[in-house]
Design a protein around this ligand. Sequence first.
Ligand SMILES: [Zn+2]
Length: 433
Amino acid sequence: MNTDPLISRIADKRDELVALTQALIRIPTINPPGDAYEACAHLLGERLARRGFTVEYVRARGAPGDNDQHPRTNVVARLAGTGGGDCVHFNSHIDVVEPGSGWTTDPFGAEVKQGRVYGRGSCDMKGGLAASVIACEALLESFGRLPGALEISGTVDEESGGYAGVGYLAERGYFSPPRVQHVIIPEPLGVDRICLGHRGVWWAEVETLGRMAHGSMPFLGDSAISHMGAFIHRLEHDLLPRLAQRHTAEPVEPPGARVSTLNINSLHGGQREQSYRSDDAGRPAGDLPAPMVPHSCRAVLDRRYIAEENFSDVKQEVTALLDELTRTRPGFAYQLRDIMSFVPTATPKDAPVVVATARAIARVLGREAAYIASPGTYDQKHIVRTGRLQDCIAYGPGILALAHQPDEYVEIQALLDSAGVMALAALELTQAP
Ligand SMILES: [Zn+2]
């Protein structure tokens, strides 16, 4: 099959691809709280409906975060095939993180300069979403309907775990055979890199318990914060050095993440946080704290583990530290609550979607694909675990390090190159055997 006309058709769509990326960026789908999801889902859905796709809007009623003010509205568009081929699904999240400070352009202005489109979400991942749409439209214009179906979804809340987005859809069969066989997630991993999966994650809250007393007589109480300090000391001097010794054979990027890691995401102890200060005369002002020995201190642990470890050991080594403190430190008591966990995933290099994408990268860019894995999880976790679909990768334009940064941008050439790769991969995967 001659694919030259397909590639040149995508090159001709440069302005259209930039315009779609801009239109998506200009809808400020900030999460949290989950703004403007409806508007973004409809922009995408109405465009694809005009191309003949069957479009569904799926609101994740009852899912975390869904309410009438911030409806969790996903869009799923499907163009049936002529028969005999597999379905390829392009899944992008439509939410972005808050812009934060430090921008030199309007975060939702989608300014184009120096061959780049700037804006919050340009790289992560509205550029990838736009590239997948242009890829499918170019395929239709070049070949008409393919033997297999094409699907494009815009889903919510990836930045906050994806439970109302891909998680919700996966529970309802949207990411399972026989409906779909191959999934490409255009996250910003770079135009010549195929992301096979991610490390495992376990979030848990540790609470240390104490006994309240008056802050002027701390010897009458027992400080939960001091107990937490003892636990953190053990983490830093015992567990973290051990984790740093555990290297994975998976090609995790950046290489610093090719070990096991643990971060303390937050720490809260004692009274609720209050705002107080001294006024100009040096007198205390604002909500003043009361003198209390804290009876509770809570820390959220963010443990990322490698494919060579297993989840029960990961959890066991933290509880072993806590249990040892219970035995050896007078008054030490704790509670441990799981928040969430996902096991590591890795799609095999010889899986169909990997092989087709690697071939397309070689064709479009003239160089070999690189294989990587992600330090953090993304929506692939729901597709593999809940959808039970293993043939899934992340592949898309943009530089990962720019995600969530001020002055985030995506290069227009990367948009075009990745659209070409996605189109060629989908063309191959949708053919009848
Ligand atoms: Zn993303």
